[in-house]
Every structure is written in C-alpha cells, then in structure tokens.
Design a protein around this ligand. Structure first.
Ligand code: ATP
Length: 303
C-alpha cells in the first residue's frame, strides 16, 4: 500500500512538474490570447490628453514564481513624447519583461514606471490600455469578423470611419475590401486564412483605432516575405508619426531609424545612444551585436 501510495505521489509530482513546465512554455501564447493586465488597479486618472512620455525609474523586478532571480536590476530610461526607442539585447536580457511591466502584467519590486509623470497605476486601467497599445510579434485573431477583430475592446465608442482610417494606416484596408464581405469577412480558425503579415496588419489597425499616445511593438523575428516586410515597415513608419514608440527590435533597419537605442544585457541597461554613436564604441555590446549579425540585416531582395 505504501509503495503504491509512494508511486502515486511520485506520478502526481511528475505530472505537476510537467504541467508547470508547459505553463511556462505557453506563457507567451496565453499572454497573447488574454492581453489583460494581471494586476488590478484602481487609478482614476483619465486626462483629456496624453503627451506620451514614458519613464522607467530604477526598476527592480523578479517574476513571482522565481522571486530569487533578479530579471531587471535598476533599469532606467525615458521615452520622450514622439520618440522612437528601440530595446535591443541578447535573448533573455529582459526586453519582454520591460514591456510586460509597462503593460502592467506585473508590479516592479522597486522603482516607478510613469506615463506623463504619473505612476501607471494611477490611471484608470481601461483608459491606460487605450493610450498605451501593443502590437505583438504573433498576433492572435479571434473567431469573428474583421470588424470585430479591429474594434475588439473599443466597439462601444469607435466609429466605422475611425476603423477604416486605422485599417488604411495599417495598409490592410485594400486587402479587406478585396474579399466579397469586406469588414464582415470571418477571421480566426473557421474564417479566411491570413498570412503572418496580414494578421500583423490587422493587429496594427486594432492598436491604431484606439488612437494610442504610446505604441509598443514587438518586431517579428520570423522572416516575413520581403513584400510583407516592406508593407509592414511602411505602415509602422506611418503609425509612429505623432506617437511615442517603444520597439523590441531585431532588425538593423529598425534600430538605424530609432531616435534612441537602449541596450539591455542581463537585466541592466548597459548602453544608450543612437546607432551612429553606439557604433563608435567597438568594445560595446551593441557593436558586437551588429558585427555578429545578431541584428538581422534586411532581406537582400528588400535592399
Ligand atoms: P527574448 O529576446 O528571447 O524574447 P528577452 O530579452 O525578451 O528575451 P525576457 O523574456 O524578458 O528576455 O526574459 C528575461 C528573463 O526572465 C529570462 O531569464 C527568462 O527566463 C525569465 N522569464 C521570462 N518570463 C518569465 C516568467 N513568466 N516566469 C519566470 N521567468 C521568466
């Protein structure tokens, strides 16, 4: 009996561990599916206008499940209104964690993140997620029409013409109009199959319809074909006008255009500057990332 009980407990332990590992592996999938803040906050701020200044002040962070591991160690940087700032660094450096904190998925252990000089927790959370919008690397489209997918979360107030304007800016309007049902075309598993680039453009339209002051982008690591890449780059350049943009950058062409590059390594900001100034320091990490081609060159066909 004891042996059996021991074995059962052992098996339970194994299943539990495997389950936790799968949960870890599926983290990003779940985050993309349910992009709702895990932290509930009761701020009341809803200013009539947001300039879009974002500041990380001395942020210290570890994940609740691994409290002993510091993921961010005194990270500070500022994004001024209208600026494009690229986050760059090796895998595991902490770039996505910075974005998760800005999206308020987690609370920092120390330090403060501000939007226009107010702590992000002081804002009404629905308002905050309207003003700070994210386009992820692998956007998920929900089962429903194109209209539903673009207006997702702001169907109560966004108008048809605002939706079309956002779709045009995202370079997806023409594609939508090519299909018979236009904005009533079904997406998702049961609907029309879309390429990665088309999904991303729908996601860009979804972000833009909120008229965000701050746009967060996670640049795709997977190669899109040169044409989609070009269309997306053009769309993003349009979107950046008049907005602050924070981008997790993997491409040289993106960082070259950024106003400022923040280089992260092992949870710390180790360099900041633009491409030209950072390349002058041949012993810096940025220089070696470029030299080792860890920042991908644009497609030859694109060039
Ligand atoms: P990549 O370029 O590979 O996406 P990154 O720079 O975005 O990497 P993060 O994803 O922020 O890096 O990860 C920073 C550290 O935090 C890594 O050591 C990672 O294993 C750990 N980490 C990330 N997410 C979690 C989580 N949900 N729970 C525990 N640890 C995590």
């Amino acid at each position: 009996y004891q042996l059996q009980l021991g074995e059962t407990l052992y098996n339970f332990g194994w299943v539990f561990t495997s389950l936790m590992e799968s949960v870890g592996a599926s983290r990003k999938v779940f985050e993309y599916l349910y992009r709702q803040p895990k932290i509930t906050y009761n701020g009341m701020l809803k200013p009539t206008a947001i300039e879009g200044k974002v500041a990380f002040n001395d942020i210290v962070f570890s994940y609740p499940t691994r409290a002993s591991t510091l993921v961010l160690n005194r990270v500070s940087f500022t994004v001024n209104p209208g600026e494009t700032v690229a986050l760059v660094g090796p895998s595991g450096a902490g770039k996505s964690s910075i974005i998760s904190l800005l999206e308020h998925f987690y609370e920092p252990r120390n330090g403060k993140i501000t939007l226009d000089n107010y702590g992000i927790e002081e804002y009404d959370h629905k308002y905050f997620h309207q003003k700070v919008a994210m386009v992820s690397q692998e956007p998920v489209l929900h089962d429903g029409t194109v209209r539903y997918n673009i207006l997702y979360g702001c169907e109560e107030w966004a108008t048809e013409s605002e939706m079309i304007r956002a779709a045009k800016l995202a370079n997806i309007h023409e594609f939508i109009m090519e299909s018979e049902k236009g904005y009533d075309t079904q997406c998702g598993e049961k609907g029309v199959q879309m390429s990665g680039g088309q999904k991303q453009r729908i996601a860009i339209a979804r972000a833009l319809v909120r008229e965000p002051a701050v746009l967060i982008l996670d640049e795709a690591t997977s190669a899109l074909d040169a044409e989609s890449e070009h269309i997306i780059q053009t769309a993003l350049a349009q979107c950046a006008i008049g907005r602050s943009v924070i981008i997790i950058a993997h491409r040289l062409s993106t960082v070259e255009k950024a106003d400022r590059i923040v280089v992260i390594n092992k949870g710390k900001v180790i360099q900041t500057g633009n491409h030209k100034t950072l390349m002058q320091n041949s012993s810096g990490l940025y220089y070696s990332l470029v030299q080792r081609q860890l920042l991908q060159q644009a497609d030859e066909s694109d060039a």
